[in-house]
Ligand binder design. Structure first.
Ligand code: SAM
Ligand code: SF4
Length: 325
């Protein structure tokens, strides 16, 4: 079965946030004191999340990304992932993490059936890493990446590009791909809380590519069916790839294949559309048919495109840590 929205897009990708809590406090995502945490009773149980995942796969979802907050801080996550990976019809189970707990957990993630890891890493310099995340944990993340690679995980590294913060490191990130089979992707900084001067942080993807190409010529890489919104390139002779995710400067809305569900069970059909649907009432035995119907109607209501540009943040402020990126 396929889920097709009103603009003919095939929706086959669910991003599921399993917690709003985190062991870092990245400046673009969370205030230092953290966010007002959801109470335990407001967070979906694993049983409810599994019900949601099964219903989603039945209506046409083929790929699930588990995200957060930081998904690895939720107790019981490994057993939950095992149950997810056993859902018949699910083609890809992937996870986004800040990498802090990877050293300890990567082997369990592999055994649980997680196929790929996206690891967020915005700087390779300890002082800049600490400035962005408010914690001095760069070494932990680098060790975690190494352990995951040795276990055979395909690795994607997500770098939020920020002018004046980490843009002096584009070449260092590009160099990582020369000998390692990593996919490094630069994500344009997105305004989540209407910071006054957010525009000054955004670096258009084209500028990132131009800056790298001056030193390393590269060629475009052909995309696969379940690949995300990243435009990918390979430096001549490199083991890995480089990509840009241009949510701001160039919408990829016409190819968007995703829906999101927060840890509180709120579904969003577009990151920048504030409309949310509460799925909790349907996440009970006997609610399966209504749940499937609701998922279909959420997909049918997916907007054609978001209205945000390099100059306007056309949405209400939101916590990325609740939605999961
Ligand atoms: N804690 C995990 C992590 O950091 O990878 C998963 C959740 S995090 C919200 C998911 C992704 O959203 C991360 O790659 C993070 O860098 C990205 N993100 C958060 N706030 C952002 C912003 N304002 N602009 C661009 N990307 C953002
Ligand atoms: Fe935590 Fe990820 Fe947000 Fe950073 S981006 S504060 S690691 S949820």
């Amino acid at each position: 079965m396929a889920l097709i929205d009103s603009y003919g897009r095939k929706i086959n990708y669910l991003r599921l946030s399993v917690t709003d809590r985190c062991n870092l406090r990245c400046r673009y995502c969370m205030p230092e004191e953290g966010i007002s945490k959801l109470r335990h009773a407001e967070i979906l149980s694993y049983e409810q999340m599994l019900m949601l995942a099964q219903a989603s796969v039945q209506v046409g979802i083929e790929k699930i990304r588990v995200t957060g907050g930081e998904p690895l801080v939720r107790n019981g996550i490994i057993d939950f992932l095992k149950n997810l990976s056993a859902i018949p019809g699910l083609r890809q189970l992937v996870l986004t993490t800040n990498g802090i707990l990877l050293k300890e957990m990567a082997a369990d993630l592999k055994n649980a059936g997680v196929q790929r890891l996206n690891i967020s890493l915005d700087s390779l310099r300890p002082e800049v890493f600490k400035q962005i995340t408010r914690f001095d944990y760069l070494d932990r993340v680098l060790t975690g990446i190494q352990v995951a690679e040795e276990l055979g995980f395909p690795i994607k590294i997500n770098v939020v590009a920020m002018r004046g913060v980490n843009d002096a490191e584009f070449i260092d990130f590009a160099k990582m791909t020369l000998n390692k089979p990593y996919a490094v992707r630069f994500i344009e900084y997105m305004p989540t809380s209407k910071e006054e001067s957010w525009q000054s942080l955004v670096i258009p993807g084209d500028e990132i590519l131009e800056r790298i190409a001056k030193q390393y010529p590269m060629k475009p890489v052909v995309r696969s069916a379940l690949s995300g919104p990243s435009q990918d390139y390979r430096i001549d002779g490199a083991a890995g790839t480089l990509g840009i995710i241009t949510a701001i400067s160039e919408h990829f809305c016409s190819e968007c294949n995703r829906i999101r569900v927060t840890s509180a069970g709120m579904a969003r059909s577009c990151l920048f559309d504030d409309t949310e649907f509460d799925l909790k009432p349907f996440l009970r035995k006997g609610g399966e048919a209504e749940l499937a119907e609701t998922l279909r109607s959420i997909v049918m209501g997916k907007p054609q495109k978001h209205l945000m540009s390099n100059h306007d943040a056309a949405h209400e402020p939101f916590d990325m840590s609740k939605i999961g990126g």
